[in-house]
Design a binder for this molecule. Sequence first.
Ligand code: SF4
Length: 365
Amino acid sequence: MKAPFPPRELAKVQCSLLTWYRHHRRALPWRASKDAYRVWIAEIMLQQTRIAAVLPYYERFLEKFPDVASLARGSQPEVLRLWSGLGYYSRARNLHAAAREIIDRSGGKFPRTLEAALALPGVGRYTAAAVLSIAYDIPLAVLDGNVARVLARVFAIRGDLRAPRLWRQLSDIANHLLAHSAPGDWNQTLMELGETICTPQNPGCAECPVARHCHARARNLAGKIPAPRRKPASVHTRIAAAVLRDTRGRTLLVRDPGAHDGVLFSRMWQFPAIEVSRQPRAELENHLRATLCLDGAPLSLEALPAARHGVTFRNVTLLPFLVRIPRLPKPPRSRSLPLDSLHRVPISSATRKIAAAAVASQTPH
Ligand code: SF4
């Protein structure tokens, strides 16, 4: 690849960008130290998730699990409970499994080589490069959607940035630009630039520290790079869920009932639920009878306010029903607890929405 900047220009770009970062970076809690554990937790939480959403989770998580040893000792349900509401729960499961591997195989320290970092569950090329560069100053360049957008604009690279050929080109550019004297700061500089100035919409070119070197700006292409990606058509689904409630105000949660895919409820505790088509009430009642071994007495299903829930390209309408019942059944892989105490167990955002509708409607039995 032809060098995108000649050496002298590259040195100037690196110097002005690093100076900009050191003066303008936001004071985020994971930037307070170079502790590999804290950087790693932040990088995992920030995957597909906005900084504002991560902040309270990050603080709580570190309070409970201040180091890798405490995380490895913790139970998976406890880890999931602290992750509850942040989404993409495989991240939490992998984090927990990786902490145990770090204790067993790396003497309790996040590994220092790319190969060993990549062997950990849930650690891909981006996360490994971010942690190793920020925590240990190992010269590895990061490339994610944010950084790719900045680089594509600076060098006016058009097309689908995720296409393998372009991604490779951007990866070569990222490696070429990397400031070997300060790889962690350099990577964070590009991340910060993409998050605060070279944003997807309306980039702030007038205040951008790399504006003088930016080809997209010079050619008035900033608004056209990257080309918008074609989104998959959204799929609409309706899920009916039963909030069973006994005379003591307790409800029933189940695990993996198999009536729908595992994504929506993230394989955590959930209300009995089923994907429905035309007759949600009747379809849910049949499902309850079949899976909970209820006797033949008629069930009364009171419709609660519906809630909307989005999962990637799926639009889900949640249809909660309150089912008052004298005694809760006890199917395998189930548990009962007071309806207003669901925060004690790991549940997904969809389950929270259903619970909120039920709690809001609580009336004397
Ligand atoms: S000048 Fe504009 S388009 Fe170029 S990197 Fe800066 S913000 Fe992005």
